[in-house]
Design a binder for this molecule. Structure first.
Ligand code: PMP
Length: 407
């Protein structure tokens, strides 16, 4: 029954009807970005064709229409992640901008010399570099919680690095390389016990299952629309209202103000205080359509289907001689990173590409993790709702071919 449902879902992705190099496109790079279903593309197209107007200006009919859709997206997102109120949902450019906003706005006002920021060894650069930049400015230190060899977080090491000096704990909910899912409520509680604030990088978790920010109790949660079947250049920063209320603006400009005089400026309330300038209106509208797309299928089905793809892919790839998989945590997302012993990841990636199999080969913006694993990079296959067992067979066949050519 699941196969039938997801065969229909696949039909909603026109990208998969294409050929590349004369071969069927096998798209296994959803951890980088998901393909977009026609419902999302059509919604954005309709917005541009009929509803284009600037928002929050109260100027005319169409402006009110656009503002209505823009704000109803905020409401939809608040529901989607379980926020108490839509004022806790800040529209940003993506995960990266969300983290930079918190690092600069919250970090520069709350961090001092000698304070510590705890991240993990499996963070994306997007959840390392902003903290390093701010730490450098204030004289704080960034610590890295270790991982085990199987790619799970070493919770004992995480605990040992928490102290009264820890002011911010920023960790990924799901590694974009190892697939490892972390225990969000547990890590949040441990961080809160020492009085630290918690930011969760949700980039890879939001497509896997329902997130409930209130149950997790994190202070901030960030994700990108484009990894959730939505548009590029748009994302969400969730923050607890009482914390956002005390954070200064990140950027200045139109809309984010209360009053501007030649003497100075007072600022608007959250979330608009953090949304300077004309926003990415069709991003909000597109994300709304993407959430509708996901919830129509249902996370229970999505999870069951993706876990089946992960299991089958892991089994079939493991059976290939000289192939090593990185990241075998019990709780992981639909990602398999691997290398062929003796072959460079980019050579393997190139051969796969020529077979029509789109994977990512590289360090995946996780150089500290690559250093921890002692490798320059991996080949990464990631699965989503539109993949099927034939895709896995195509991947395995291409990897076997790469092995024959390279080893
Ligand atoms: N964190 C993780 C875990 C990611 O996978 C990504 C995207 N590869 C990011 C952060 C950055 O997201 P974006 O580039 O959309 O800002």
């Amino acid at each position: 029954a699941l196969d039938k449902i997801f065969a229909d879902v696949r039909g909603e992705f026109p990208a998969l009807t294409q050929k590349v190099y004369g071969k069927d496109l096998i798209y296994l790079d959803s951890a980088a970005t998901t393909l977009k279903p026609v419902s999302v593309v059509n919604r954005i197209s309709h917005f541009y064709s009929f509803e284009t107007s600037n928002v929050h200006r109260g100027a005319h009919y169409l402006g009110d229409v656009a503002t209505g859709f823009f704000e109803s997206s905020r409401h939809r997102v608040a529901q989607f992640i379980g926020a108490r109120q839509q004022e806790e949902v800040v529209f940003v450019r993506g995960t990266t901008e969300g983290i930079n906003l918190v690092a600069h706005s919250w970090g520069l006002t709350n961090l001092q010399k000698g304070d510590e920021i705890l991240v993990t060894e499996m963070e994306h650069h997007g959840n390392i570099v902003p903290w390093q930049i701010v730490a450098e400015k204030v004289g704080a230190k960034v610590l890295f919680a270790a991982i085990h060899d199987n790619g799970e977080l070493n919770v004992e090491d995480f605990k040992s690095k928490l102290s009264s000096k820890t002011k911010m704990v920023a960790f990924t909910a799901s590694s974009n390389v190892l697939g490892t899912n972390t225990d969000m409520p547990l890590l949040t509680k441990l961080a809160h016990d020492v009085g630290a604030k918690v930011l969760i990088d949700g980039a890879q978790i939001v497509s896997q299952g329902k997130v409930d920010v209130q149950a997790i109790d994190c202070d901030f949660f960030v994700f990108s629309a484009h990894k959730l079947f939505g548009p590029f250049g748009f994302g969400i920063l969730y923050g607890k209202k009482e914390i956002l209320d005390h954070m200064p603006p990140y950027q200045g400009g139109g809309a984010m103000i209360s009053k501007v005089t030649t003497e100075g400026t007072t600022f608007n309330d959250v979330p608009i205080r953090f949304e300077a300038g004309t926003p990415h209106v069709e991003g909000a509208v597109g994300l709304h359509a993407a959430i509708d797309f996901i919830e129509k299928i249902g996370f229970d089905k999505i999870h069951a289907y993706e876990m089946d793809l992960l299991k089958v892919a892991t089994e079939k790839l493991s059976a290939i001689p000289d192939l090593k998989i990185f990241g075998t945590a019990a709780n992981k997302g639909p990602i398999v990173s691997f290398n062929l012993k003796g072959a460079h990841h980019s050579d393997v990636g190139q051969i796969l590409d020529r077979e029509g199999v789109a994977v990512r080969a590289g360090n995946h913006c996780t150089q500290p993790l690559m250093a921890r694993l002692g490798i320059p990079g991996t080949v990464r296959a990631s699965f989503s709702v539109y993949n099927n067992h034939d895709d896995i067979d195509a991947l395995v066949k291409a990897v076997v071919k790469a092995r024959e050519m390279l080893l």
